[in-house]
Design a protein. Sequence first.
Lengths: 178, 187
Amino acid sequence: MTTTATEGPPRGAPPEMPADFDAVYAAQYGDLTVQLYAYFGDRQEAQDVVQEAFCRALRRWSKVSRYDDPVAWVRRVAWNLAVSRWRRSRTALTFLRRQRPHEPHVEGPDTLRIELVEALATLPPNQRRAVVLHYLGDMSIAEIAERENVAVGTVKSWLHRGRTALAVQLNHPEARRV
Amino acid sequence: MSDPLTPLFDDLRRRTLPQVQPPGTEAARRTVHRRVTVQAATLAAVVMVAGGSYIVAQRDATPYTMEVVASASPSTDLWRGRADKAEIAAALVPGFTHSDIMGEFPQDVGMAADAGRYRLRVGCSGPAPLPLTIMINGTVDRQETIVCTDAGSAREFELNVLSGGSVRVIFGNQGQFAAYALKLSRI
């Protein structure tokens, strides 16, 4: 048989029908972007990665839409893209961070949000992924362990260390500027 | 004790979501369309280069002068029909089980079938008529051509499978660029 996934199912399909691409996109694009924004610290980069993941899903939607959880497929691709992009740009980001002048923080409604994203950026990638998936992806420890292909205890350790480091960063923001 | 980080992340989500501007599903479709077109053009270029090399090699190997007929200019519309033709075809066959866009080769879709009567529904959208051959347990049952249009069209065929085996639908490559979707259901 020589068929490949190319498109989505008909719109307005009954529940047993494959997932509708437009509906999945509308429901998930924002949440996925927020998760990856927390991971990257760059909203545009996060949007690009999520859009790319949806493009890849669309290309094989007739298969993906029949999975038990098509959203999980899109999320996995988006995160894989994010991780590989992060690895590529890590060196450049580190350099840019070192070059960036320390501007005084202006207190405002978004200060804590920015501090949280900045604090996340100081975590090692695996801890950061675990924290983001847990708090923003609403994934359980077991689900993260399965996704990351590690033991549940490892994820617990990542989360514990991540929480501790975030608490230190948020209580003593000057620590991350050293 | 509640987790003090939870409200921080909730706030991050709540404040970031309104700033997210999705490019949209149409942008995704255009991206996929463009990539497929580039892939097809690249494949065509590779085939042409390989074919040209073969002709040159054959000519050089021939002891007498042979006139090489110039090949036809490459098709400039390697991708024809509507960008959403695959979706149009799929929409014509609710619950479709197989779908694809015809390339330069025939496509063979095989499905297991017990003895009984079946309805085969085939939807297509595209610029070219889509010839198909239906085989039941290895024997040609019928040959038909579906008149594809950009707006999409569908045909139904009733099949009688006398003994358990398979139903195969072979699409001819004359239907290149046509998108199809099909479903075999028991009557």
